[in-house]
Structure formats: structure tokens, C-alpha cells
Design a protein around this ligand. Structure first.
Ligand SMILES: Cc1ncc(COP(=O)(O)O)c(C=O)c1O
Length: 274
């Protein structure tokens, strides 16, 4: 595997981060995970828009670096003969040296295997974890709270945690968005809550509207979830993944249709959307 380490293509063994990189030392970084199916990166420009928004928020000024990323992703896929994978781009503020430029890192990993579903989730209180919530949300290198909650969820046999914020509203998972379906309406937490505008979240809302479902981005109180008809989580890695929690049962009819629709879109190799 050849990785891209700030201007150079290197093998895994030579892939190192400069010790003084502020992304490594202080978490001053942003990242994107792009899905590749059949050698085609999915909705690259949506990832770039989200990264640009994050760069504006953390005042990381690297417009030319950002422009070169889609081409670098293509080159990464080509060099490594990637077919189905998750390509990870990371941009950091670089070192503290005078005149130092932001640094770009590109790597990849396998798509996570999802052997069966629905998968179990647990509801966890955000106040117990150091989670960064900001609107618009940024995909920064500060995932400590998300990872701690994921560990806690896994320790009780769950695949993912679903967070409840201090006001009692559902927000998102540690590394995924969450959706509910009730009487033919698709509900997902509003971006105003500081949840990440997932590329797959957007795609699912689009596919749901095409199916004639009503879509609501709203404030969902935690007490409402038990009365929902269906529920699923979403991300670049898992697509649509139906969920359950203690006491919840569903036939997942609409979730399955959306999962199939999304698989079709992935297989179509859609690079950009208008
Ligand atoms: C906190 C969080 N929410 C949601 C998502 C899903 O985003 P996407 O659909 O772009 O993969 C992610 C992805 O990493 C995430 O980290």
C-alpha cells in the first residue's frame, strides 16, 4: 500500500507523522472518510464542502491544498488498485515552524464487514463524555468522547451508542447518524443540535423523498423513540444499518428499501451530485 504523506507517496513502513505536527500534538486537524465502490469515490465534492466548512471554522487556510485533494484521491485509488474501500483524508495545521503549511495525509482501510442486522444500540448521556458539539459540526481530530462512548457501548454488547444531549434530545451516534421512521415519515436529528451533516445522511434523505416519504430534520425527545416504527443508523462505512435496543422491535420494511436504494447508488459510482 502506498500512502500519501504530505507531498510524498510512501510505503506503510515509511509512513510517519512529523513529531511537531499540530494535528498529532494538539488535535488541530480535520478528516474525511470517503467510500470507494468499484474504484469510484462516492460524492467527493460533498466531502470537500464539509472539509471546507471545517477549515473555515478552525481557521485553517489552505485553499490550494483542498483543490488538489480529489485528484490525490484518484491517484491513491489508481496507485493502490483500490476497488472497495474507505479512503481517509486528514488535513492538519502542520508544524509550528514559521511559514509551515497545512499537511495532508491519505490512507485507506477495508469497508467494515456487516454480517447481520439489526444491530444493537444503547442510549448514552452526552454529559458523561467529552464530546465536541458545534454548529456547523466539524469533523475534527477530537473524537475522544465519541471513542470512549463507543467503548462503553461495546462493553455492554452494543454496536454503537446513540447520544441524548443534556436537554433530552437525541443527537447522533459516536461515528454515525441516526434515523427513525413513524407512520411513513423519516425523522433525523436537526443539524442545529451540532450533529455531523453526514454525506450518507444527506443521500438517505434524498432517496426517502424520491420514495415519497416525508422527511423531517427535527428535535427528537428521547422518550419518543420507543414508539417509533423503525430505526437505523447511517455512515459512509455501513450505509443504512437497522438498529434495535432493549424492548424495541420492528419489521424494518422501509429501512430495508432505503438500504437497497443506497446500495444501488453506491454501485452506480456517483462521484458528484448537483
Ligand atoms: C459523529 C459522526 N456522525 C455521523 C457520521 C456519518 O457521516 P458520513 O455519512 O459522512 O459518513 C460520522 C462519520 O464519520 C461521524 O463521525
Amino acid at each position: 500500500m502506498q500512502l500519501y504523506i504530505n507531498g510524498k507517496w510512501v510505503g506503510e513502513a515509511e509512513a510517519t507523522v512529523p513529531f511537531r505536527d499540530r494535528g498529532f500534538q494538539l488535535g488541530e486537524s480535520l478528516f474525511e472518510t470517503i467510500r470507494v465502490n468499484g474504484g469510484h469515490p462516492f460524492r467527493v465534492q460533498k466531502h470537500m464542502e464539509r472539509m471546507q466548512s471545517g477549515m473555515d471554522t478552525i481557521q485553517l487556510d489552505a485553499p490550494t491544498s483542498l483543490e488538489q485533494i480529489p485528484g490525490l484521491v484518484d491517484e491513491y485509488i489508481e496507485r493502490n488498485k483500490i476497488v472497495d474501500s474507505l479512503v481517509r483524508i486528514m488535513i492538519t495545521r502542520g508544524t509550528s515552524a514559521p511559514g509551515a503549511e497545512p499537511a495532508i495525509y491519505i490512507s485507506s482501510r477495508e469497508l467494515p464487514p456487516v454480517d447481520s442486522w439489526p444491530v444493537k444500540v444503547v442510549f448514552l448521556e452526552e454529559k458523561n463524555y467529552p464530546i465536541l458539539r458545534f454548529h456547523p459540526a466539524i469533523k475534527s481530530g477530537n473524537y475522544l468522547g465519541n471513542m470512549l462512548a463507543k467503548r462503553d457501548a461495546e462493553q455492554v454488547g452494543a454496536f454503537e451508542p446513540v447520544f441524548i444531549n443534556p436537554e433530552g434530545y437525541i443527537t447522533e451516534c459516536a461515528i454515525r447518524n441516526v434515523f427513525f421512521i413513524k407512520n411513513g415519515t423519516l425523522y433525523t436529528p436537526s443539524l442545529e443540535l451540532g450533529v455531523l451533516p453526514g454525506v450518507i445522511r444527506d443521500t438517505i434523505m434524498e432517496l426517502a423523498r424520491k420514495r415519497g416519504l416525508q422527511v423531517e430534520e427535527s428535535f427528537i425527545r428521547a422518550e419518543r423513540v420507543d414508539a417509533m416504527d423503525e430505526a437505523f443508523i447511517s455512515s459512509t462505512g455501513v450505509g443504512v444499518l437497522p438498529i434495535f435496543w432493549d424492548g424495541f422491535q420492528s419489521n424494518y420494511d422501509i429501512s430495508q428499501e432505503l438500504r437497497n436504494d443506497l446500495t444501488d447508488v453506491f454501485e452506480a459510482g456517483e462521484r458528484n451530485v448537483t
